[in-house]
Design a protein around this ligand. Structure first.
Ligand code: 13P
Ligand code: SF4
Length: 305
């Protein structure tokens, strides 16, 4: 059945001149039919570069497809389930950010890409978990910076850069479920395993880890490290990618509780239906699109150099 669907997707992809991009947290069956699987930064680079496709099927959550639509407005960007949102991205809106800016005149705004187009349009620069430290360091030392919406990524960046940032109390409900006690228990079960954690986790969880990495960073360390066992403190979709890339190594979830229900809304059937009916198209209206684009492009420029 699945093979049949996979074949139909391949055929329709040719017919529509489409490319399928998928985030590292997507269900395994979706990762397996994608042309490219990556972290948020790699996916936004891909969306900015892709030239020879007319359609991008984005297998991820809404802000990711929106980022692709902002960067490639001439392409048709499809999100196979329009209800696949990111609760953290919805924790701040454009009005709330404008109010925060009014309280801190002169402060620059850095927004995590896990944010809506409205919020990106109100920001000076975007960042992802892979480049947040580099982005903050690209601002002059005496520049006040508002960091939205993830307070935990913000706390991690403040720790790493030694800078005080103005936070917003957003967080990822899935990563908030990973506690330091889960890591302690997993270490007891797998002594010697390297603990890799996402910076969306709260400080006690990060402090219990060996490495704090974006999902792309996890892919790299798993491949490059001599270690053969890893405890993975992030969304459980990551395990499919890590196990597939590293058949000789073992990966254990810190807890199965870190599951993003929105990432799991995308199924291969929905990818097929999206291609069949050219739905659900994600578009961003002007002038929001152009303003949001400059925040994303500034991020891509800072981390290209
Ligand atoms: P990455 O940028 O590390 O892939 O993370 C995206 C995300 O949504 C984490 O919850
Ligand atoms: Fe948003 Fe968290 Fe899901 Fe990432 S894992 S998409 S931050 S809810």
């Amino acid at each position: 059945m699945s093979n049949d669907i996979a074949q139909q997707i391949q055929d329709l992809k040719q017919e529509r001149n489409a490319i399928i991009l998928a985030h590292n947290y997507q269900p395994g069956e979706v990762q397996d039919i994608a042309d490219f699987v990556g972290d948020s930064l790699e996916l936004s680079r891909k969306a900015a570069e892709v030239e020879d496709a007319d359609v991008i099927v984005f297998c991820g959550v809404h802000f990711m497809a929106e980022t692709a639509a902002i960067l490639s407005p001439e392409k048709t960007v499809l999100l196979p389930d329009p209800l696949a949102g990111c609760p953290m991205a919805d924790m701040i809106n454009g009005d709330q950010l404008r109010e925060l800016k009014a309280k801190h005149p002169g402060a620059a705004v850095v927004c995590y890409v896990n944010s809506t187009a409205d919020v990106k349009a109100e920001s000076d620069c975007c960042c992802t978990s892979a480049n947040a430290v580099q982005i903050i360091n690209s601002f002059p030392k005496d520049q006040d910076i508002i960091f939205v919406p993830d307070q935990y990524l913000g706390d991690y960046v403040a720790e790493r850069t030694g800078r005080e940032l103005i936070f917003w109390p957003g967080y990822c409900p899935s990563h908030a479920k990973i506690l330091d006690i889960h890591i302690a228990r997993a270490r007891e079960e797998h002594p010697g395993a390297v603990v890799i954690t996402h910076p969306e986790c709260a400080r006690p969880t990060r402090d219990a880890a060996d490495e704090i990495l974006s999902t792309g960073g996890m892919v790299r360390i798993a491949a490059e490290s001599d270690a053969t066992e890893f405890i993975v403190a992030t969304e459980t979709g990551m395990l499919h990618r890590l196990r597939k890339d590293n058949p000789g190594k073992s990966f254990y979830p810190a807890t199965e509780a870190c599951l993003c229900p929105n990432m799991k809304k995308i199924r291969i059937e929905k990818v097929l239906w999206a291609l069949q009916d050219t739905k659900h198209v994600i578009q961003v209206k002007e002038p929001i699109r152009t303003k949001a684009e400059s925040s994303i492009r500034r991020m891509l420029e800072v981390c290209a150099g």
